[in-house]
Design a protein around this ligand. Structure first.
Ligand code: NG6
Ligand code: CA
Length: 519
């Protein structure tokens, strides 16, 4: 009994020391990996032991969201805390786009940097580079290093877009100055480029295209956009995942003595899906499934690097994805056929996927592990949107989230500590369709016409085209509790609920588009 006050005092000292030391933050960000693609979210045929373990040691969210059903807008919101639909020019960008987050603006990275963090981004960028026409042969400015990252090792856009080279701290890696790089998205092939629309040329490809992806030929795969030169700098699709992972682990090792933020933006499982041969056949799903296994291995290596340096206890690790899953995204890698055969539903119980306003478009996996802080083994239904990450992570790092609360972010740090999240989520698509959900209901304003059938919708939706596309003309209301798959439009039964949600969405829209940034 007598030692209890002493123990309590000791405990308080330990706690306050822990509270003073900001956590390292590692964000494991996937590309096009769906809610249902991980074992811990119910996948039966994709082994993901590392992420499953992360979920068991931390909290797995059922109601986590990216902001948009495509990459660029989701990543824009993830870093700025502003809904991408509020800013024109934040749709999927070409590989030669100007950087859409201007230096000086508060970002998740700059906010953590101000708190003394080393801040690294490794992987897929897709937010543009430079301030005008980019000269790939010179120092590129601005790059991520001008908006808060102390280190960057990135691809400019996507694996299927030129330039197919890595850029480290604003410099193309391995470039031979005698073989300068030129890039264009003006439909202008360079002399010697094969015409990948010709059957004879297509027959030679390592992986044929199904739509688009018939311009520059790199490593036997057609890409979007044209590129000349830079031969020595070209990446290798098969070793790309290992390269990114090496750089991520190197960043951790180099910064193990300070707090650090690592934004690990893997390219898995975006197209073209060319995972390392050691993953081939790890799933019955072909390259798409094998690429998810590759991602899981990368996560495992990064988690092992934390363990190696004794950092796991002091690190908040978050997993999420930038948009929902897609099967055929422009290459013939048999994903549609093999997913159907194996009965794998990449969006889990939801309908729609990448590009869709249905849940499959933006409801994605979300896992958080912070030993002693984030409840272990918990499954949380708290709603969290990635637009909240700048405010929330700044708060958890001991900073002031005000900059991000002035835009669209909400401080949902409580959700990461076992408590409640947001009271609503707004999702968006490339065509700026919006939806508004609260704890139970989801409202999708009609777009006045049928949505064209995309060749890319996934799984269950394929059999139910009317919900995804034909019904898009009309206002829709879904009861997500009773009908998570959004099968039954109940707007006629609950006009009052629809009117309330429409009013809340309209109020958000009324805050405007392209408004001056708050001071
Ligand atoms: C589309 C591409 C698709 C993919 C997507 C961006 C075609 C036909 N389709 O335009 O392959 O690159 O853009 O994906 O070219 S995202 O995940 O980066 O948003
Ligand atoms: Ca994506």
């Amino acid at each position: 009994m007598r030692i209890t006050p002493l123990l309590a005092l000791l405990g308080a000292c330990v706690l306050s020391a822990a509270a003073r030391r900001p956590p390292n933050i590692v964000l494991l960000y996937a590309d096009d990996i769906g809610w249902g693609d991980l074992g811990c979210y119910g996948a039966k045929v994709i082994p993901t032991p590392n992420l499953d373990r992360l979920a068991a040691q931390g909290t797995r969210f059922t109601d986590g969201y990216c902001v948009a059903a495509t990459c660029t807008p989701s990543r824009y919101s993830l870093l700025t805390g502003e809904y991408a639909w509020r800013r024109k020019g934040t749709g999927v960008l070409p590989g030669d786009a100007t950087m859409i987050i201007r230096p000086g603006r508060p970002t998740l990275a700059s906010s953590l940097a101000q708190l003394g963090y080393a801040t690294g981004v490794v992987g897929k960028w897709h937010l543009g580079l430079g301030s005008g026409a980019v000269d790939w042969n010179k120092q590129i400015d601005p790059s991520p290093n001008q908006i808060g990252f102390s280190y960057s090792f990135i691809m400019a856009a996507t694996g299927d877009r030129v330039p197919t080279v890595f850029v480290e701290d604003g410099r193309v890696v391995g470039l031979d100055p005698k073989d300068p790089i030129e890039v264009n998205y003006r439909n202008k092939p360079y002399p010697g480029d094969p015409d990948l629309t010709l059957p004879a040329e297509r027959a030679k490809l390592k992986m044929d295209w199904s739509h688009g992806h018939n311009m520059a030929l790199v490593n036997g795969v057609g890409r979007i956009g044209w590129m000349k030169g830079g031969k020595a700098a070209l990446w290798n699709d098969e070793t790309m995942g290992d390269t990114f992972c090496d750089k991520a682990c190197g960043f951790i090792a180099a910064n193990k003595h300070k707090p650090f933020f690592l934004y690990y933006a893997s390219h898995e499982c975006h197209v073209p899906r060319v995972p390392n041969p050691r993953f081939l056949g790890k799933t019955p799903l072909g390259p798409r499934g094998d690429a998810v296994v590759a991602f899981d291995e990368q996560c495992g290596r990064i988690l092992a690097e934390l363990d190696k340096h004794g950092l796991a206890e002091d690190t908040l690790v978050i997993y999420s994805s930038d948009n929902g899953p897609v099967l055929d995204d422009g290459y013939k890698d048999r994903a549609v056929e093999l997913n159907a055969q194996a009965g794998h539903f990449a969006a889990g119980p939801f309908h729609g996927g990448k590009y869709s306003i249905l849940e499959g478009g933006t409801r994605v996996g979300l896992i958080a592990r912070w030993p002693g802080r984030t409840p272990a083994g918990m499954v949380s239904a708290a709603m969290v949107s990635q637009v909240d990450f700048p405010a929330t992570l700044t708060k958890l790092a001991g900073g002031d989230p005000a900059d991000f609360l002035k835009v669209d972010g909400v401080d949902v740090s409580a959700a990461f500590l076992g408590g409640a999240g947001r009271d609503h989520v707004i999702s968006s698509t490339q065509s700026l369709q919006l939806s508004y959900r609260d704890a139970r209901w989801k409202f999708i304003p009609g777009i006045g016409h049928r949505r064209a059938k995309t060749p890319t919708v996934v799984d269950r939706t394929e059999q139910n085209d009317e919900i995804e596309n034909l019904d898009a003309a009309n206002d829709r209301l879904f009861d997500l509790q009773a009908d998570p798959g959004e099968r039954k439009n109940v707007i006629a039964e609950h006009p009052d609920v629809a009117a309330r949600l429409k009013g809340l969405l309209d109020a958000q829209k009324a805050k405007g588009v392209n408004q001056p940034l708050p001071k």
